[in-house]
Ligand binder design. Structure first.
Ligand SMILES: Nc1nc2c(c(=O)[nH]1)N[C@H]1C(S)=C(S)[C@@H](COP(=O)(O)OP(=O)(O)OC[C@H]3O[C@@H](n4cnc5c(=O)[nH]c(N)nc54)[C@H](O)[C@@H]3O)O[C@H]1N2
Ligand SMILES: Nc1nc2c(c(=O)[nH]1)N[C@H]1C(S)=C(S)[C@@H](COP(=O)(O)OP(=O)(O)OC[C@H]3O[C@@H](n4cnc5c(=O)[nH]c(N)nc54)[C@H](O)[C@@H]3O)O[C@H]1N2
Ligand code: SF4
Ligand SMILES: [Mo]
Length: 752
């Protein structure tokens, strides 16, 4: 053990100076990471996972002496441009504070951690004793298996949970993608492939697309590769409407019309557009007559959202609303949105109102519209198979033990993949529904009022985290910490572009004693006495798992075929050509009848599923929980509307702050505010300011004065430990999806 600066003091240091320095206990000795520049070069191919996008961007790595020396874009690849984060992934692997060994806590949880290095054998034995102990005393379901933003370990984590007997697996998608999925399932039915493909239209430029809405999405910063593809769409003459309270680079690059609405009023905006489209007869009458359930009730509800009322609620002038509605006729529309759309207390209903515009305008599963995937491969969102995760086989027997059932019955009843809504973790622990956890890549700062989640981990009988680094804001509350291999050191489940399947193999060896998440899960499964499902653990388990993933694709290819083709992909041919309007062809229902898998077999503009569970079945518009309209008293004290967690180009959530290239580009936690609001408060560009909200907490950020944000609005960047914007966000979850209201609320700012 060298003398050291800990990760904690390292973080303080980088906070204070923006510099990276020092070595320490868990610290990778920096110099050894570097190869001699004269050494011979070897080229290997991989994929970037710095922002966990699918499809991932291609990486060409120059290797010398077994170390990555340089990273370049991968020519001839679908996503071949690398953003700043992708280019900096080199620094993530050799970040001087990589965690290299398993460690256990020697002091109480909740205090600054004191860790002791242990062997993998001791770690696995302890985990097995603790988890099996909880299982014997309280039941297997009391152990939670949770993954944060990392997507790749989710299938193996589920296999581990279900085989152990717990239905309680959760992910960060509790704040991210699942609200889209819930919305889509409420409209079209539980069938997952339909739901996921409709909500995420691949912007495949076709001359048939008439108009593209970019709604609550800033691909310029959050999804650079799709930004590029959308530019092609623009070049082909497609018209764009951007719906965003900010004037982002996406607005500058695309918007023929910018609807700069008050945050959180999207539901009213969508209902207002529907009003004008119906008023002008610009809707698909056959579709509505044949395939929409609840049309009369919906049309009656929409009647009240006149242009004038919509303008009053959203703040967008009537003439601009009319211009946007007038763009719709003439062909199918595409609505490009993003998970962040669900970050509202009325998120799902706002979403439903917006997504109903797709069938309303005749844009469902037609050329140039929102297509439903043709001959879907049986892979989950994380590029492994359900069969591998064992969900179809095991989940039906244990799903009644889900911890989220009483809190979010809509989510729980719609979910067939086995991912619970984890945002009530403090309540689950308080109520004894969760007593232990395996946490792969979890960051407590992702939740509103993070201290409650920290306490939840602290109060568990046993919690073990797996990460690249020791992050005190999460790991001070767990009992044990295991070192994870980074993407370049491990295989992926699979990497899939359309029907092209890539095998991503490790390009360098793991540093220290780091292990891949897949192997760690197999090792834990084996230690738990379930070795037959986890190949006995050990170094070869990962490959054996992947062989099983490929086998369960049932696509006529094997793992060896993929390896032989690597780094090129293997293409899975379609049995027949693409089909459209698949519901008419009976392709969406297991019984082969025309229609959808919803309760009524139609597209539910009025949701019977919601009605059965006591919710209003219409896509009702409700004001944000805190807003000038709903809380006028609070508004007097907190005069600014806030939007937290806008993506910025250089970081993914809480990651990357220790990466020198990125930190140089963005050294401080920022709040963007309009110069008008700054001047009224005596704040100058670059001043440190204090932010407060009705939650009673205070954080300190640096002011960036910019016209990107509307006067009266501010925009806070998330993921900074020294300024966690989620302390200002309330836990007023959307009652349907359980999503937090990250993108609405009130706050006040003063000079520090
Ligand atoms: N205020 C506000 N809060 C938000 C949002 C917002 O917009 N506003 N957005 C929400 C959304 S959409 C999301 S997706 C979440 C983000 O969710 P988080 O899960 O908080 O994302 P990260 O900060 O990336 O944290 C991931 C952790 O996993 C570790 N890690 C990364 N890759 C791996 C891996 O492969 N294996 C292992 N074992 N560990 C790994 C990282 O070191 C890090 O500690 O935040 C949510 N929180
Ligand atoms: N660089 C980078 N890229 C990322 C990530 C990252 O952390 N960093 N995270 C990834 C993840 S997990 C996700 S979920 C995606 C998120 O991707 P996006 O959803 O595109 O990201 P955001 O910047 O949170 O939000 C998009 C836009 O929504 C606008 N907005 C805010 N409130 C409202 C509102 O009430 N109504 C409307 N219509 N618009 C509103 C914001 O002004 C912003 O311009 O990004 C992914 N890409
Ligand atoms: S957009 Fe950037 S961070 Fe995301 S996969 Fe591509 S290169 Fe990596
Ligand atoms: Mo996300």
């Amino acid at each position: 053990m060298s003398t050291a600066i800990s990760r904690r003091s390292f973080l303080k240091m980088v906070t204070a100076t923006g510099a990276v320095a020092g070595t320490g206990f868990f610290v990778y000795p920096g110099k050894e990471a570097l190869a001699a520049s004269s050494a011979p070069e070897e080229v290997k191919y991989s994929h970037c996972v710095m922002c966990n996008h699918v499809p991932k961007c291609g990486i060409k790595a120059i290797i010398k002496e077994g170390k990555i020396f340089r990273i370049e874009k991968r020519e001839g690849y679908l996503n071949n441009l690398l953003c700043a984060k992708g280019l900096s992934s080199l620094q993530e692997i050799y970040e001087p504070h990589r965690l290299l060994y398993p460690v256990k806590r020697t002091n109480p949880k909740g205090e600054p951690s004191k860790w002791q290095r242990i062997t993998w054998d001791e770690a696995l034995q302890t985990i097995a004793e603790k988890f099996n102990g909880v299982k014997e005393k309280y039941g297997a379901d009391k152990v939670l298996f949770i993954a944060g933003d990392p997507k790749e370990p989710r299938s193996i984590l589920q296999r581990l949970a279900f085989t152990f007997g717990s239905p309680n697996t959760g992910t960060e998608s509790s704040t991210c993608y699942t609200a889209n999925e819930v919305t889509s399932k409420l409209l079209y039915g539980k069938e997952w492939y339909t739901a996921s493909s409709i909500t995420t239209p691949g912007i495949a430029p076709t001359p048939d697309t008439n108009c593209c809405f970019i709604w609550g999405n800033n691909p310029a910063w959050a999804m650079p590769f799709s930004f590029d593809r959308m530019r092609n769409l623009k070049k082909r003459g497609v018209k764009f409407v951007v719906v965003d309270p900010r004037v982002t680079p996406t607005v500058h690059s695309f918007a023929d019309i910018h609807l700069q609405l008050r945050p959180g009023t999207d539901g009213a905006m969508a209902l207002g557009l529907a009003h004008m489209i119906i008023r002008d007869g610009n809707y698909d009458k056959d579709m509505v007559e044949m395939w929409v359930h609840g049309w009369d009730e919906y049309r009656e509800y929409v009647r009240q959202f006149t242009p004038e009322k919509t303008a009053e609620i959203t703040g967008v002038p009537v003439d601009r609303l009319e211009k946007a509605a007038a763009m719709v006729p003439g062909g199918p529309i595409i609505i490009k949105t993003a998970p962040a759309f669900g970050h509202h207390s009325n998120g799902v209903n706002n979403y439903r109102a917006m997504m109903m515009l797709v069938p309303l305008t005749g844009s469902l599963d037609v050329p140039g519209g929102h297509s439903i995937v043709n001959e879907p491969l049986p892979v989950d969102l994380w590029e492994a198979t359900y069969e591998f995760a064992r969900s179809p086989e095991l989940l039906p027997k244990i799903r009644h033990l889900r911890a989220d059932q009483e809190y979010f019955p809509v989510w729980a009843d719609l979910d067939e993949q086995g991912t619970i809504q984890v945002n009530m973790l403090p309540e689950y622990v308080r109520d004894g529904k969760v007593r232990a956890a395996l946490a792969l890549g979890v960051n407590t700062m992702m939740w509103p009022q993070a201290h409650e989640y920290k306490k939840a981990f602290q109060d568990m009988e046993f919690a073990v985290a797996v990460d690249f680094h020791e992050n005190p804001w999460t790991h001070d509350y767990v009992d044990m910490l295991l070192p994870a291999a980074v993407s370049f050191e491990r295989s992926a489940p699979l990497t899939i572009y359309g029907r092209n399947i890539f095998l991503r193999e490790p390009i360098v060896k793991p540093l220290g004693e780091a292990r891949s998440d897949w192997r760690i899960c197999c090792d834990i499964g084996t230690a738990l006495g379930l070795g037959e499902y986890f190949y006995g653990g050990g170094e070869e388990a990962e490959e054996k798992c992947l062989r099983e993933v490929v086998r369960t694709l049932h696509a006529g290819i094997s793992y060896d075929d993929l390896r032989a083709a690597s780094p090129a992909p293997v293409a899975i041919p379609m049995k027949s050509g693409p089909k459209f309007k698949k519901w008419e062809l009976g392709m969406l229902r297991p019984d082969g009848k025309p229609g959808f898998t919803s309760t009524t077999g139609k597209i539910e503009f009025v949701s019977e599923f919601l009605r059965e569970r006591g919710f209003d079945p219409l896509p009702v518009y409700r004001e944000p929980v805190y807003s000038p309209v709903s809380t006028p008293e609070e508004r007097k004290k907190y005069t600014l509307l806030f939007n937290s967690g806008s993506r910025e180009p250089f970081y993914t959530h809480s990651k990357g702050r220790g990466t020198p290239w990125l930190r140089q580009l963005q050294p401080d936690p920022l709040v963007r505010m309009n110069p008008v609001d700054a001047e009224a408060r005596g704040i100058k560009h670059g001043d440190w300011v204090l932010l407060t909200s009705p939650m009673g907490k205070e954080i300190k950020m640096k002011a960036r004065l910019t016209n990107i944000v509307l006067p009266g609005c501010v925009d806070l960047i998330h993921g900074w430990v020294q300024a966690d914007c989620n302390l200002l966000v309330s836990r007023d979850f959307d009652p349907i999806s359980g999503f937090p209201p990250y993108k609405e609320g009130l706050c006040e700012i003063r000079k520090a």
